[in-house]
Design a protein around this ligand. Structure first.
Ligand code: Q9C
Ligand code: ZN
Length: 335
């Protein structure tokens, strides 16, 4: 039986609303998503606590301090509700040691769709511990293990949150695997959205391969990353592979793109594969525009399993809550 990790503290983070296309709407990345993921699988195990060190091996210390203190700073500034920035330092400025919450919220975020609550750090921390525990299982010899990562991670960079993500679980697990002695790690990202945070973190590194199949950023979030000509830089040149696809994509084209990614990963010859699995490629997803069916996920997983690589599966997006459990179950059935 495949081991699955989840901690109930991952349910605590519950922002009220997000800014979407010019209006406040209910937050799509709900605790109900985690309940649906759990309902889709057999019983989960609690993760073991690996502490903050594996998080700090990827994320900036000032950013981690921000995640832990932002809500209290927000209250201290006389605010109520969730922390949201309204100004971003997109014009390159000096690195300033600012303390006002609004300056920090801009400095440490990429968008306005990721409010930070009193519980965000705790939920993201345990989501990350679940990922690290799944990694432990695979390092100990399991062929595959899964973490139900909610909140998700692939949009979070070394020093920024965004896209419903605070800590990048795939990146933290990849770095932990490197630190455990695995020379080369590959990340396959099949969430609907490009994993800009993961790409940024390993952009100039030759030891971690990042391959992503996703909606064309010309039309979809996160817009500024994930174009086909982004291949990495320096030691990382050639270890980033982006395979954007158009709205309406069905399993045939998605599976072919994933095969291209898996071929490139096989050539990289990693000792471990981490899969960022998003079910927001589903035909019924309310915030996305691909058309995969529930049974398609089993086929994608069988293709991944055919690589023979030790594999850690981490969940990312997927907002058709009523179908999320069965979509995850279909995917996991393919291993
Ligand atoms: N205001 C994941 O699937 N929505 N994140 C943008 C524009 C953000 C999705 C709304 C979508 C992020 C993990
Ligand atoms: Zn997504």
């Amino acid at each position: 039986m495949m081991r699955l990790f989840f901690d109930p503290r991952q349910l605590d983070h519950a922002p009220a609303q997000e800014l979407h296309n010019g209006a406040f709407v209910p937050y799509a990345e709900t605790p109900a998503r985690a309940q649906a993921l759990c309902a889709g699988v057999h019983a989960t195990e609690s993760p073991t606590d690996h502490g903050e060190a594996p998080i700090l091996a990827v994320h900036d210390a000032g950013y981690v301090a921000y995640l832990k203190t932002a809500y209290d700073r927000w209250l201290a500034a006389g605010r109520s509700g969730d922390v949201m920035g309204y100004i971003w330092p997109v014009v390159r400025r000096r690195a300033l040691d600012l303390t006002r919450i609004d300056a920090l919220a801009g400095r440490y975020s990429m968008d306005s769709s990721t409010p930070l609550t009193a519980d965000s750090w705790t939920s993201a921390y345990w989501s990350t511990q679940s990922a690290l525990s799944a990694l432990d299982a695979v390092l100990a010899g399991d062929r595959v293990a899964t973490a139900l990562c909610r909140p998700p991670g692939h949009h979070a960079g070394a020093d920024y949150l965004g896209g419903y993500c605070f800590i990048n679980q795939a990146a933290v697990a990849a770095q932990a695997a490197r630190d455990a002695g695995i020379a080369r790690v590959a990340i396959l990202d099949i969430d609907y959205h490009h994993g800009n945070g993961t790409q940024d973190i390993f952009w100039d590194r030759g030891d971690v391969f990042y391959a992503s199949v996703h909606a064309d950023p010309a039309t979809d979030f996160p817009f500024y990353w994930g174009h086909a000509d982004e291949v990495g830089e320096g030691a990382g040149e050639g270890t980033t592979l982006n395979l954007p696809l158009p709205h309406g994509t069905t399993i045939a084209a998605f599976r072919a793109a994933q095969a291209t990614a898996l071929d490139a990963i096989a050539r990289f010859d990693p000792g471990l594969l981490i899969v960022s699995f998003g079910a927001d490629t589903f035909e019924g997803d309310p915030i996305a525009n691909f058309a995969l069916k529930t049974s398609d996920y089993a086929m994608l997983a069988r293709d991944i399993a055919a690589t023979g690589l030790p594999t850690v599966v981490l969940t990312e997006g997927g907002y058709a809550v009523d179908n999320l459990g069965e979509n995850l179950a279909s995917f996991l059935s393919g291993f």
